[in-house]
Design a protein around this ligand. Structure first.
Ligand code: PAF
Length: 272
């Protein structure tokens, strides 16, 4: 497995590959959710490249950039065992320059929900993913449905900038108890994990209810009854293009939650 520490090395490496490239962008601290992305990339491509980069521009001041888990050596082991061909681990100085050209997330869909509570977050995500796509030039790139709004915006970027890359969406991986896997789950104490579980429980309840009723207000009321989080930021109902909806549209609805449990901010969603 090649460890590529600079954009120049990664560019040269990906250029040298003769075949399709499956790309899995990550911020490291790899868990079974990432492994699903890697496995799918392995199945569908001749080569697999994973990037591990804790991208500073997508963290807001006061967020967990410094605290974000970094486990490079064990991540390398996980990648090696999963049959990854190349791991790209640049440092911020190699990726960013001073006073550079900046991408802006779309004014509406980049600034609702996650973009409202984390203004500028998606600007940073798109900035780095754009760079990563230009460096790796993948055939396909793999993203989890857990970050549904990120996934939507990346698909928009593909369209708006005419990238010739197929975006592959992967189902959210959950623990046995239903908690959506996230690198941030390590922040949760046992007590807070129990509270966090009410997020996936309420989403499950919403999915069940939406088989029979399409009245969002009713569903929302039941979800709130189940939730035991410390601070609920939003429960939202959108279609697959992130337009707010006022009735469940079977096959075209995403229900999303963002909430704090203790100091940990968690997001989850269910696609209906
Ligand atoms: O989803 C993530 O881990 C990050 O937002 C990504 C796509 C790797 C960009 O830094």
């Amino acid at each position: 497995m090649e460890i590529l520490k600079t954009p120049q090395k990664a560019l040269k490496y990906s250029k040298s590959l003769n075949g399709s490239i499956g790309f899995v962008p990550t911020m490291g601290a790899l868990h079974p959710g990432h492994l699903e992305l890697i496995k799918k990339a392995r199945d569908e491509n001749d080569f697999v490249i994973v990037s591990i980069f804790v991208n500073p521009t997508q963290f807001l001041p006061g967020e967990d950039l410094d605290k974000y888990p970094r486990r490079l050596e064990s991540d390398f082991e996980i990648c090696k065992r999963a049959g990854v061909d190349g791991v790209f681990t640049p440092n911020p100085k190699n990726i960013y320059s001073e006073d550079e050209i900046l991408l802006k997330a779309p004014k509406i869909k980049g600034y609702i929900l996650e973009g409202f509570f984390r203004p500028g977050h998606f600007d940073g995500v798109l900035q780095v993913v754009n760079k990563l796509f230009n460096i790796i030039k993948p055939t396909r790139a793999y993203f989890g449905k857990k970050d549904a709004q990120q996934l939507y915006l990346i698909k928009q970027m593909i369209k708006n900038f005419f990238f010739d890359i197929e975006i592959v969406e992967i189902e959210t991986v959950r623990g046995k108890d239903g908690l959506a896997l996230s690198s941030r789950n390590i922040y949760l104490s046992e007590k807070n994990r129990k509270k966090a579980l009410t997020i996936s429980k309420s989403l499950k309840k919403a999915a069940k209810m939406s088989i029979h009723i399409n009245d969002i207000e009713n569903i929302k009321k039941e979800m709130i009854k189940i939730l035991e989080v410390d601070k609920l930021q939003y429960i939202a109902f959108v279609d697959r293009d992130f337009n707010y909806i006022d009735k469940i549209i079977p096959g075209n609805t995403i229900i999303l939650i963002a909430a704090y449990v203790g100091k940990t901010r968690l997001i989850d969603n269910i696609w209906i």
